[in-house]
Design a protein around this ligand. Sequence first.
Ligand SMILES: [Zn+2]
Length: 69
Amino acid sequence: MPRYEFRCRTCDDTFLVSRPMAESSAPADCPAGHSDTVKLLSAVAVGGTGSAPAPSGGGGGCCGGGGCC
Ligand SMILES: [Zn+2]
């Protein structure tokens, strides 16, 4: 199951959430219970394959002009 890294804007902590890809864009509360979190795009660690997995579908943001495509 892929893991997604979130950052809490309240306590500035980062944490990982394991969830199905279909729920990747769902909000996540930080371990301290804050709901003001943002999902970071960097840590999508499925593990194993060695080749970078293409972030398909998801919540967009990749091809929005970041030069990653
Ligand atoms: Zn927090």
